[in-house]
Design a protein around this ligand. Sequence first.
Ligand SMILES: Cc1cc2nc3c(=O)[nH]c(=O)nc-3n(C[C@H](O)[C@H](O)[C@H](O)COP(=O)(O)OP(=O)(O)OC[C@H]3O[C@@H](n4cnc5c(N)ncnc54)[C@H](O)[C@@H]3O)c2cc1C
Length: 253
Amino acid sequence: MMTTSDIIPVTTPTAVNVPTVSLDTILTRNVLDHGFVRLVDHMGDDLSIVRSARVSYNAEWRTGEDEGKDEKLINYLIRNRHTSPLESVQFQFDVKAPIFVFRQWHRHRTWSYNEVSARYSELPEEIYIPKTEHVGIQSKDNKQMRDIAQEAGITDVDLEFIRSLQEHSERGFKEYQFFIKNGVPRELARLFLGMNTYSHMFASVDLHNLFHFLKLRLHSHAQMEIRVYAEAILDLIEPIVPFAVKAWKEHVL
Ligand SMILES: Cc1cc2nc3c(=O)[nH]c(=O)nc-3n(C[C@H](O)[C@H](O)[C@H](O)COP(=O)(O)OP(=O)(O)OC[C@H]3O[C@@H](n4cnc5c(N)ncnc54)[C@H](O)[C@@H]3O)c2cc1C
């Protein structure tokens, strides 16, 4: 039989050092020309991490007592890679991004995804066109990268690339829409669309695996177009897990 003292706080305790967060103020970040990341939902915060960690010594009830102990424990856990308590915090994001960004994102197998199906529905005409100043040149030091900050500035080739990409993408969409109208199945008509077409997904992940994703995708070697999504996500979660983010930046990033 459970007594009152057995009941651990399952609602967020009100430790004075943990800010209360209103989701309304932190919901969406616009990314690239038509994309966004929206925080749809989250379970837990910094206090969930310390509560989970303290169950090791049956002291989960001490969570929220403050005097900086919660923050110190989070710092200790992250510094020593004691990561399982981070899994008690979960996030769900609504993401709109170009298909080539999703190709990279979906390599992260520890997330759960549901993406719009271009077999079920016709995709809206939304295409990613980089800013001219972001075209850059192929890097000489790193085979997979581009150098964006180049001395030559914006060249004629950059301008022609953007013009041609725009025209090519619009033509692809015209063919796509024409053949759908004329009865070609959506699942085949989409072959006219390029990797810069926007797609849309809901994606869920726990904080441990999100930190792993962020470490890889905030890195300067990650492609700029996924890096900006990683930056937006970090910005969205920081108010919810401020001490975890602080410790992770100090010891891991
Ligand atoms: C800059 C950059 C360049 C890249 N270039 C390429 C490329 O050229 N080609 C390419 O194919 N990919 C490339 N990738 C993708 C990369 O190889 C990883 O697939 C991707 O970053 C996901 O990392 P992950 O497997 O650690 O993450 P997750 O899939 O989220 O896995 C997290 C962790 O869980 C564990 N794990 C998950 N699944 C398994 C499993 N099946 N077996 C054992 N352990 C598992 C591992 O410890 C893993 O680190 C690149 C990634 C980056 C950041």
